[in-house]
Each structure stands twice: as C-alpha cells, then as structure tokens.
Design a protein around this ligand. Structure first.
Ligand SMILES: C[S@@+](CC[C@H](N)C(=O)[O-])C[C@H]1O[C@@H](n2cnc3c(N)ncnc32)[C@H](O)[C@@H]1O
Length: 543
C-alpha cells in the first residue's frame, strides 16, 4: 500500500547488473533513480490499468536492456519499444511484481491487482500474436523419437509438448494443449542430463586428467564421440535421434565460404574452425596412438570430431545443478526445442533444488498445436549461422555491424581520456527517430564525430553534420561494394550452405542500404536547413 490508499509497483535495477551505471544514467535522465515506484489506483480513471502499465513498462524496459540495446537507445527520447526480447522480459517482470503483491493482498486490492494482471497478460499475448508466423508443422512418426520420448517418460520426464517436423527447422516441439504464462511445458529430471560426471566414471578420464589444461567440456566432447557408437550406452536412444550432419557454419563448403568472403561471418567461421583444428591436432593422433583401446582411431577422425563439436555447440545448454554448480550439458528431449526471437521460454537454466527437475516455464502463452520456442540467448545471426546453422526469422536486435573507429583523444601515457564505446550500426528501420540530428542512426556514433564546441543549429554545426553523414556514406558505400551483387537467378538449385551464405549477405546488404538511406535523407534535411540559413542571411544582407 502506498500513499492515499494507492498501491505501488516497485521496479529496480539489480545491484549485480554489469550495466547498472549506464542504466542508472538513463533512468536519471528520465526522472527516476535505480528504483522506481509507480502508484496506481482503480479510482483514478477508467484507463488506469493501461496508464499504470505504460508507466511501469518504460522503466522495466531500461532494467532489461542489454549492451547493444543500451548503445542504440538514447536518454532524451521516450523509453520506447527496444526489442521483442526486451518487451517480453519487461512485461514478465511486471507480472511477477503483481503476483508478489497479490499473494499478500486484501480482497478489494486483490480485484485491482487481478485487473492489472489481466491487462499485463493481454499485452504479452498481443506481443506473441504480432510475431506469429505461418509455418508448416507435420506430425513426427519417427520411431527413434518416439522411443526417446518413452524412455524419457520412464525416467520421469513430464511434458506438455510433442515432437513434430517443422518446415525449415528439422524437428521441433509443439504444444499438446493450450499453455499459459507460468505453466511448465517440460520437466527433465537431473538424472538424465548428460554432463561431465559421466566422464569421471570412465577409463577415459584417467587418461584425460593427465592432459594439462584440458577442460571438462573437451573431456565430455571426447566422451560423446565414443558414446555415440557404444551399444550399451545409457543414452543409446538419445544418440540415435541425433542427425547424421548438423549443417552449421562449421561445415560450410568452399562455395559458401567463397560467397562470404569479405564478411565478418567468413572471419568468424574461419577462426572457429582454426581453433577446433588446433585443438584436434593437439589431441590426435596422440591419444589414439597411446591408448588405441580407449580412443579407437576410427571413432576419432577429424570429421567425427567436427560432428561432436557441432552437436555440443548447437544442442548444449548451460545448467546450474541442485548442488549449485554450472555445467555444460546435453538435455535429452529439451534438445528438440527450436530458437525464436519471440520465444515462449527464456529462463530455464536452473535445476529446482527441491524436485531435482530442470523446468521450462512459459513467459508467453502457447496455443495447442503451436510450436513452442526457446531462446538460445542473445545471439547475432552470424553467431547463429556459425554455431547453429540457421538464420532466425524477424528483426534480430543483435544484428549489428561493428565499426573500427579509433578514439582520437589520448593522454601522454597513451590511455584514452574518455571511454568510447565500441561503435556499430544496425538496420535503421529498428530506430524510432529519423528526424534531423537523429536520422535513425546510433546517437552515440554521431556524437563521436560531433564537435562539442559548436552550438546546435548554427551554420557551422550543420556543415559539420553534413561532413559526418558524407563520411558515413563513403564508409558504407565501400562496405556495400565489397559485398558484390546478389544473384537470385539460381537460388533454387543451391546447396544449403551457399543458400545460407547468400541469405546472410542479403541481410548485411539490407542493413547497409538502410544506413545509406538514412544518410541520404539526413543530408536532404540538412540541405533544407542550410538553405533556410542562406535565404535568411540573404534577406538580412538585402535589408
Ligand atoms: C537444439 S536443436 C533443436 C532441434 C532440431 N531442430 C532437431 O531437429 O534436432 C538446434 C538446431 O535446430 C535448428 N533450429 C533451431 N531453431 C531454428 C530456427 N528458428 N530456424 C531454423 N532452424 C532452427 C538448427 O539446426 C539448430 O542447430
């Protein structure tokens, strides 16, 4: 209860948030501190739920911003929509505050809180509806998948999902009934999660533990290469459901790599492959020669090593176990969940210490027959292609093009005087402000080039703005030329990897051309502004 019998929602930035200081500045500019209290009362006006939620959402969005979203946001524009992920997290955090209030509320206040809860759920649901996409889902009658589900159930798995074939994404999980926010779609007992402890029980461990600096993840990867072919494995059925090839960026052929030349994705894939090759060469053939009965040479080829790397990159999850330890794991059945930029499940990495189950609760309703999506994390499309082998549908706020800009000012000892963020651009269609001096471009990038001493809207200021936009135009024109032309003519007969490479290049092209369009329209606005100054000075001169 707050003043005058009104209730309040209290939202605050976590003290452990690494972006705490930056978020505090943004909150401060918008009239609040790291903690904000939003008063509400049903007696104020009929629209009170909408008004309360709008007020709370502005601050909740800041609390849930990630680094890139903070870079692209700005203190002097309203704390508007940032991304679907941010919106989903923000609305759910408001919902959990309301739920906490409800647990201790009296009957009158309960009614108001229930109304507010209903309005919050409506907003979350409409977010899901906006991102709803038409995709073909077909029943999966694959016997190995059915065997795995049965094995899971025998071991205690509880699920409200069934496995289906999803157009363009292999297998996926589909809701068997209408699922609401807070419902648990899937529960996996800790006992069937594949994690490092399994290696410790094997002969292999006695050999591997002698290798200097070897990580638990690498041991587990080598274990899985053998276990995949072990007829007596406890996880035999799980391994049988895995695809023969994962088709991630790590398996891109020469044509796809050639198509990507000059892009950051090319660099990312080459670096990742080089790293894996070095790791492989450090272990093999040494392990096979020294311990051929434990590391059978036919199971430890480069191709099989790459398969295992792709398995772990694309299917593993970081899980905090009931003992509090974080482990990289393979989670049978949960491994069927596909990724979305508007996921139903986001918070799932912790085993419930009372029940010993890893639970997958919903942040977004999922109707019967709809695909239930997970968030694999805040990853750019280049990361998702390299390590997962797909380009997600929709606007990915992590798709940025980093810019190599040096901070000009440094003191005598070479240290930068002011900490300059890593500058970048993204598709300017994601920005809400395309007015003069904003142009849909990142404010921090523009500020980097601006001269603080010039007063806004003066002739010199406008001339400097023109210079900045022309500079950006030349940088991005060069980047666009480097990408070459897109050839659509034969796209039907292309290999999966070349297709993916071309789709990535097309996305890069769309981002760059949006930046170029923003620069052009900005230059036009500046030209109009300068013309007004000229005509005014002409008139003044005549007078
Ligand atoms: C954890 S598995 C999910 C289950 C997988 N679809 C299967 O059939 O085994 C991750 C893999 O699923 C695919 N995937 C996940 N989300 C996807 C999406 N939104 N679009 C296309 N493919 C996706 C990618 O191949 C990715 O490497």
């Amino acid at each position: 209860m707050g003043i005058n019998d009104r209730h309040s929602l209290v939202l605050k930035i976590s003290k452990d948030d690494p972006l705490l200081e930056k978020k505090k500045i943004l909150m401060h500019i918008n009239g609040s501190e790291s903690e904000v209290r939003i008063y509400f009362s049903s007696a104020t006006c009929p629209e009170w739920t909408k008004i309360t939620l709008q007020a709370a959402l502005r601050y909740a969005r800041v609390i849930h911003l990630n680094e890139a979203e903070l870079y692209f946001g700005r203190g002097d524009v309203p704390l508007d929509f940032y991304s679907t992920r941010n919106e989903l997290e923000s609305l759910n955090s408001i919902l959990s505050v309301i739920d906490t209030l409800l647990s201790g509320a009296t009957s009158k206040s309960k009614e108001d809180l229930q109304d507010l809860k209903g309005a919050t759920i409506d907003l979350i649901s409409s977010l899901g509806d906006k991102n709803d996409e038409e995709i073909r889902i077909e029943k999966c009658s694959c016997s190995t998948v059915e065997l795995l589900l049965q094995w899971g159930k025998n071991n205690g798995v509880k699920t409200k999902l069934q496995i289906a074939y999803i157009e363009g994404a292999g297998r996926g999980a589909v809701a068997m009934e209408d699922l609401n926010i807070g419902d648990t779609a899937l529960e996996i007992p800790e006992s069937i999660i594949i994690c490092e402890e399994l290696v410790y029980e094997t002969e292999m461990f006695h050999v591997l533990k002698e290798i200097d600096g070897i990580s638990a993840e690498t041991m587990l990867l080598l274990w899985s290469m053998n276990e995949r072919y072990n007829p007596d494995s406890k996880f035999k059925i799980y391994f049988e459901t895995l695809p023969e090839s994962f088709n991630t960026g790590l398996s891109f052929g020469l044509d796809a790599l050639a198509a990507l030349e000059g892009t950051l994705l090319f660099e990312e894939i080459m670096q990742a492959k080089e790293h894996l090759r070095t790791q492989y060469d450090e272990l093999f053939p040494m392990l096979c020669c020294n311990h051929p009965d434990i590391f059978k040479p036919e199971l430890y080829t480069w191709d099989k090593f790459l398969w295992a790397c792709e398995l772990w990159y694309s299917n593993s999850m970081k899980v905090v176990f009931a003992d509090g330890k974080l482990r990289t794991c393979l989670v049978p059945i949960a491994g069927f969940l596909n990724h979305s930029l508007c996921p139903h499940i986001m918070h799932y990495g912790k085993v419930d210490s009372v029940t010993n189950f890893l639970k997958f609760p919903l942040l977004l309703p999922c109707r019967e027959g709809e695909q239930c999506y997970l968030s694999y994390g805040n990853f750019s499309s280049s990361h998702l292609i390299t390590f997962y082998g797909f380009l997600p549908k929709g606007d990915n706020s992590c798709d940025v093009i980093p810019l190599d800009i040096n901070t000009p000012e440094a003191n005598d000892s070479g240290d930068c005087l002011e900490s300059d963020p890593m500058h970048m651009v993204r598709g300017t269609w994601l920005s809400s402000n395309h007015d003069i001096f904003y142009y849909g471009l990142p404010p921090q990038l523009l500020d980097h080039f601006r001269d603080d001493k010039l007063h806004k809207k003066t002739y010199d200021y406008l001339v400097k703005e023109v210079e900045i936009l022309e500079l950006l135009q030349s940088v991005f024109n060069e980047m666009m030329d480097g990408l070459g032309e897109y050839d659509y003519t034969e796209s039907d007969n292309l290999n999966w990897d070349v297709k993916l490479a071309l789709e990535f290049k097309d996305l890069q092209r769309r981002i760059i051309s949006s930046v170029l369009a923003s620069c052009s329209s900005g230059l036009k606005m500046l030209e109009t502004e300068l013309n007004q100054i000229y005509s005014k000075s002409d008139k003044d001169g005549l007078a």
